[in-house]
Write a protein that binds this ligand. Structure first.
Ligand code: SF4
Length: 413
């Protein structure tokens, strides 16, 4: 095979990394200034945006160490049986690229994943070497997110946590049966065990840090995973139940959902079309309800048809429509847990209401000021000068809430 230069490798290995949803920049058109003599480009290979643990949006160099892989996961473009063009960076090449981009202010960190070459241990060792070189030899202070390989020796994963801000292990599919079918070399129980071990180490390190500021940091940004939506027959119920167990059972910081997109040279077992993108969006909304609004999976799925979330309304509104007896909620008296269930009211708005109501009864205009808009919540709330009357009793409440926006006819008779 012809030798590839650094930029050719970057082109292949940045493109191969785009299927990982845990950090993504998308939605922009391809635009470059090299031929026009202007400035700016949206095609900076491998640069994506993600959120740091403190909520800052940061730009990352997102690449694979290599897209060679000895595993044959059906949903993956880099699987061993795929005819994709292959490339591999050396450890030093990734280190140099990261430092080079960092010094030029293109990035604030590195997101590094890899196909599995030779053995899971060998691959994990290379990933750790990159992070270690950056941190120890080059005193790199930027963000590092390493994708870890569950089949690797636990000691290597323990090393990874010493140098990375965040670790992730992709579970990819919600059930062990689906993993067995679509990723035959992987094991659901092993993935969950590795996640649980990581979680234990993260907790231990936090306890040690509380005792002494000199105790080493261990993956301070926690660990995350990704699930592909629509590659197998799993419904939203199965996906959310798995997420919920991962949050409570193995202390995951975040589950990312990635709508399956048909890949070139795809396995015949995969569907030919992608699921509606709205499905991924609804799962993110439901996930938010699990993590921040205090809903259980069974509440979120209360009205699900055939195990799937309603695509027409967001899941919080769907729950409210089915539980109208719990509304309207008095914004001046209701506890935080109930305020969080009001459609259109987010965690920031709830915090602002709780603070403001210590100083007096809130009127609708006050809520408008605190939450920017009360349009979505008016049917569900009571304020000092506002009551929705019999609004909630209307048989057509749902259709009023989901009516699609329509352009007015300019020349209607
Ligand atoms: S192990 Fe990872 S890179 Fe290899 S085929 Fe499976 S998902 Fe793709």
């Amino acid at each position: 095979m012809a030798q590839l230069d650094r930029s050719q490798k970057l082109e292949i290995l940045a493109d191969a990394a785009k299927y990982d949803a845990s950090c993504a920049s998308s939605g922009s058109i391809k635009r470059g200034s090299s031929k026009t003599g202007g400035i700016g480009s949206t095609t900076g290979m491998g640069i994506c945006h993600s959120y740091a643990p403190d909520g800052r949006c940061i730009s990352l160099l997102k690449i694979l160490l290599t897209n060679y892989c000895m595993f044959d996961c059906h949903y993956c473009i880099n699987r061993s049986s795929s005819g994709v063009r292959r490339a591999a960076f050396t450890v030093d090449e990734v280190v140099d690229l990261t430092l080079d981009f960092y010094k030029r202010n293109y990035i604030e960190g590195l997101f590094l994943s890899s196909g599995i070459i030779r053995s899971p241990d060998y691959t994990m060792e290379l990933l750790v070497q990159v992070a270690k070189k950056l941190r120890i030899e080059h005193k790199f202070g930027g963000y590092i997110h390493l994708k870890t390989i569950p089949e690797a020796d636990p000691d290597l994963l323990a090393d990874a946590g010493l140098y990375a801000d965040r670790l992730s292990i992709n579970i990819e599919l919600p059930s062990d049966a689906a993993i067995e079918e679509f990723a035959p070399e992987k094991s659901g129980p092993l993935i969950r065990k590795t996640m649980a071990d990581l979680s234990g180490r993260i907790t231990e390190a936090k306890v040690e840090r509380r005792k002494s500021r000199k105790a080493p940091l261990f993956a301070p940004g926690g660990h995350s995973t990704q699930m592909i939506v629509g590659a197998d027959a799993s419904d939203d119920a199965a996906i959310l139940q798995t997420s919920s167990k991962l949050y409570t059972g193995v202390g995951l910081k975040r589950v990312y959902y990635s709508a399956f997109s048909p890949i070139p040279d795809a396995s015949k077992r995969l569907p030919l079309a992608a699921p509606p993108l709205m499905r991924e969006h609804r799962l993110y909304q439901a996930d938010w309800m699990l993590r921040f609004y205090g809903f259980s999976v069974s509440e979120i799925l209360g009205g699900a048809q055939g195990g799937h979330l309603d695509l027409e309304v967001d899941p919080k509104l769907a729950w409210a429509l089915m539980n109208r007896d719990q509304f309207p909620v008095d914004l001046n008296r209701a506890p935080r847990e109930m305020l969080l269930r009001v459609p259109g009211l987010g965690t920031k708005g709830v915090g602002a209401i709780l603070r403001a109501r210590r100083f007096g009864r809130l009127r609708l205009a006050d809520v408008e000021r605190l939450c920017r808009s009360t349009k979505k919540m008016r049917a569900w709330i009571i304020a000092a000068d506002w009551h929705p009357g019999r609004w909630l009793d209307g048989a057509n409440l749902r259709s009023k809430m989901v009516r699609p926006a329509r352009q007015m006819e300019l020349f209607a008779a």
